[in-house]
Design a binder for this molecule. Structure first.
Ligand SMILES: C[S@@+](CC[C@H](N)C(=O)[O-])C[C@H]1O[C@@H](n2cnc3c(N)ncnc32)[C@H](O)[C@@H]1O
Length: 329
């Protein structure tokens, strides 16, 4: 229902003010009978309010804040992931019984597109202005010229954005998914960026010809088949003193700490349906999306990194935990 609201523009139309199903349907250019049934679900789920006297439906501003707009606070695009995950339930049920999982390749182009739609909003809004300044001197190094990698880059929007912001630096995005890399290549071609390249590669085997000054991993460690090998490869791919910047999902490694955190409801579910199963499909570690701060810090230490500085979720990116560490000099 949230995905339908996002696709049809119903949340945006509802945010314009309380109204009847008829007027809401007119505002959104939709069929009233469908809109009324959708409203029934949305009201019953506590997302909108209904006044039986006036027959008006109301989207509270505090709910509209998470369901409307072009910014990263709008969580509505994320709901469409469930629709994609749902197509693989029979295979997942089989994995519950027999082990293994549903591999990355089954989620294909459709998932790469959805991931892109979800992650480009925070990248556009926060990467250059909010996330990079968390590391003292990093933006200055990129301005002067640095070699930078993004491992598990998906469709590569982060390297495209950094490539445009820092023309003296070179950026390489690595991902297993040909669909995602194809999207990344198209974006940098269209933007005319000659300092951004992509490679279809397994980052557990990453061995660059020349080391990087910085390596990024956005949302890309917890679903790895071999997360420990990937962290080690990231460490070894850096120059001494080089920066590893990892953004992942902001949760504790302990279920009891996560109870009551709305992000946990989504993360454990999405992990069962995607993040964990893609890893288990390859006989992998199956860390899951809720691997959390504690496990992340332990694994970074085991990979040989130095002190890890963690950043608490900031307004606009509450779902993210950021860990910054360096290869010891
Ligand atoms: C959750 S997505 C995040 C993508 C991107 N960083 C973003 O924020 O939109 C994780 C990505 O890691 C990639 N991936 C997983 N295992 C990989 C591996 N061993 N080598 C390269 N890429 C991998 C997947 O194909 C997927 O695109």
């Amino acid at each position: 229902m949230i995905d339908l609201g996002y696709r049809t523009g119903l949340f945006e139309a509802a945010a314009a003010g309380p109204t009847t199903s008829q007027v809401l349907a007119e505002r959104a250019g939709l069929q009233e009978r469908y809109v009324r049934e959708w409203l029934g679900s949305i009201v019953a789920n506590g997302i909108m309010a209904y006044d039986p006297d006036t027959r008006e439906y109301m989207l509270p501003p505090e709910h509209a804040a998470s369901l409307t707009g072009a910014g990263s606070a709008n969580m509505a695009p994320t709901a469409g992931m469930v629709v994609i995950y749902g197509k693989h339930l029979a295979e997942l049920e089989h994995a519950f019984r027999a082990g293994g999982g549903v591999p990355y390749s089954r989620f294909g182009r459709e998932w790469a597109e959805k991931m892109d739609q979800v992650s480009r909003r925070p990248v556009d809004e926060l990467l250059v202005d909010r996330w990079l300044p968390l590391v003292a001197g990093l933006s200055e190094r990129f301005t002067a010229g640095a070699r930078v990698a993004d491992i598990g880059c998906g469709s590569g929007h982060a390297v495209a954005v950094m490539g445009a912001a820092f023309p003296a630096s070179t950026f390489v995005g690595y991902d297993l998914s040909e669909d995602a890399i194809e999207r990344g290549r198209a974006e940098v071609r269209e933007a005319g960026l000659s300092n951004v390249t992509f490679e279809v590669a397994d980052v557990a085997e990453l061995k660059p010809d020349q080391p990087f000054d910085a390596v990024f991993a956005f949302d890309a460690i917890h679903d790895q088949a071999k997360p420990a090998a990937v962290l080690l490869a990231a460490h070894d791919a850096l120059v001494p003193g080089g920066t590893f910047f990892m953004m992942d999902l902001a949760l504790s490694s302990n279920l009891e700490d996560n109870i009551g955190n709305p992000q946990a409801r989504w993360t454990y579910s999405s992990s069962t349906l995607y993040c964990m199963t893609v890893s288990l499909a390859e006989g992998g570690a199956g860390l899951g999306g809720a691997w959390g701060w504690q496990t992340a810090k332990r694994m970074l230490a085991e990979a040989g990194f130095g002190e890890v500085v963690t950043h608490r979720p900031a307004p606009g990116s509450e779902r993210n935990m950021i860990c910054v560490t360096h290869r010891p000099s």
